[in-house]
Ligand binder design. Sequence first.
Ligand SMILES: [Zn+2]
Length: 127
Amino acid sequence: MSKTKLYSILHNKCPHCHEGNFFITKNPYDLKNFDKQPERCPVCHSSYMPENGFYYGAMYVSYGLDIALGIALFVLSNVIFSWGTTTFLILFVVSILLLWTIIFRKARLIWINLFVKYDKTKAATKA
Ligand SMILES: [Zn+2]
């Protein structure tokens, strides 16, 4: 797969080299560790914390992802299947409860990928 920002986001990889894992655990439902990140990429040694408070901005991305999920579920339940608003609300709440750890992680990856570019030379240091 070509090395795009989407690759880093979908595979939870370092935004610099696209090889090191961005989170300590691959399991988003490991509730003790799902949000833990190494300080530096284990492959290219780039910092995952460009500055203090860097990930506060990821909250806005998370909000956007939640809204996108809500719109998709609204269209599914009200426009396509005509299930009504109550069903939509139940679907939305259940989806948020099931997906919040994944949304948290994707929001962080999207946020850092907005500011960090893929660097071929950093990926090459692995060899
Ligand atoms: Zn890296």
